[in-house]
Design a protein around this ligand. Structure first.
Ligand code: GLU
Length: 310
């Protein structure tokens, strides 16, 4: 394992990256996200040996947004098995923005390219077992409670309904996929489950622990319980490498080299075998949808501590 990064180093680095918070823009296409302050920064590391370090606004909650796609994928794989999931959703990076619709028409029969873009993620949510949206989200929350050993984690109704009311593109993706039998059941109910899934709130310490669990091949670091199989944890981490940072995943792999997933709330989770989980939060996003401060901090960490997996 590489050297541990101390709290003092994190404090110093947060101040170095703070000015970059104003280089990006807080997401406002989900109205409730627009209220966030660009300088509310936080970082946490959950090391492989179970110890943790965090700095900044490490108790503040933010919504998972697209980071939930990795967790939902793990649950859908456990619910349905690999063959079922990948018959309906592909494994290839798209190189397109996360909510792009046009590739859906290029594949015959229609199939979203991967589970990290919105089309694929909506199809994955549709596959999670549960009769009602609340049952699906309840199962996802129980899974997150197990991963974090924290039963207080909930979704924000304010953020979920703010997205539900304005999610015209995601509705369009779902209706298209319903027409082509990629998803079944009610579009509105799948969208309800998806927006609640994206609105699950955590802080950086809880998120770093989730990253550490994936890094530890699906085993909880405290109890040593296998919560996700090694194989499914590996599938999720591979998607983090190939498609986790939107259509900037290639540049991120070269510059940082940490399997990671970001969300439009400004959070990024990294997962490094034999090191642990890293979570960074900074709500201002670059033009691809990645946290500006998150990218800077992860690049600094990776370079200074030689964290790239490549
Ligand atoms: N709930 C967001 C959406 O579907 C998630 C997007 C993201 O974080 O990339 O638009």
């Amino acid at each position: 394992m590489s050297d541990k990064i101390s709290k003092e180093v994190l404090t110093e680095w947060l101040e170095i990256v703070r000015p970059f918070a104003h280089d990006g823009h807080v997401a406002d296409y989900i109205p409730a996200l627009a209220k966030k302050h660009p300088e509310d920064l936080a970082v946490a590391i959950h090391y492989h040996d179970g110890t943790t370090v965090s700095e900044g606004r490490d108790e503040d909650c933010f919504t998972l947004q697209s980071i939930s796609k990795v967790i939902a994928l793990a649950l859908a794989l456990m619910d349905n098995g690999e063959d079922y999931v990948f018959e309906r959703v592909g494994m290839e990076p798209s190189g397109d923005p996360f909510h792009s619709i046009y590739r859906l028409e290029q594949h015959n029969p229609s199939k979203p390219l991967n589970p990290m873009i919105n089309a694929g993620a909506l199809a994955v949510t549709n596959m999670i077992h549960g009769v009602t949206p609340d049952e699906k989200v309840g199962r996802l929350l129980s899974f997150i409670h197990e991963m974090t050993d924290d039963h207080s984690i909930r979704h924000s109704e304010e953020v979920a309904s703010s997205e539900f009311e304005t999610a015209f593109l995601n509705r369009a993706l779902l209706y298209y996929m319903k027409q082509h039998q990629v998803v079944d059941g009610s579009v509105e109910e799948t969208l309800d489950a998806y927006t609640k899934q994206c609105a699950i709130e955590v802080n950086v310490k809880q998120l770093a622990r989730i990253g550490a669990l994936f890094a530890n091949e699906g085993r909880d670091l405290d109890s040593n319980r296998q919560i996700i199989s090694k194989h499914f944890a590996r599938i999720c981490k591979t998607f983090m490498v190939t498609c986790g940072m939107y259509d900037a995943s290639g540049a991120f792999a070269i510059k940082v080299g940490i399997p990671a997933k970001s969300g439009v709330s400004g959070a990024v989770v990294g997962s490094l075998n034999k090191f642990g989980g890293i979570a960074v939060y900074g709500p201002a996003l670059d033009e691809k949808g990645n946290s500006v401060v998150g990218l800077k901090l992860l690049e600094m960490m990776s370079n200074r501590y030689d964290l790239s997996i490549f």
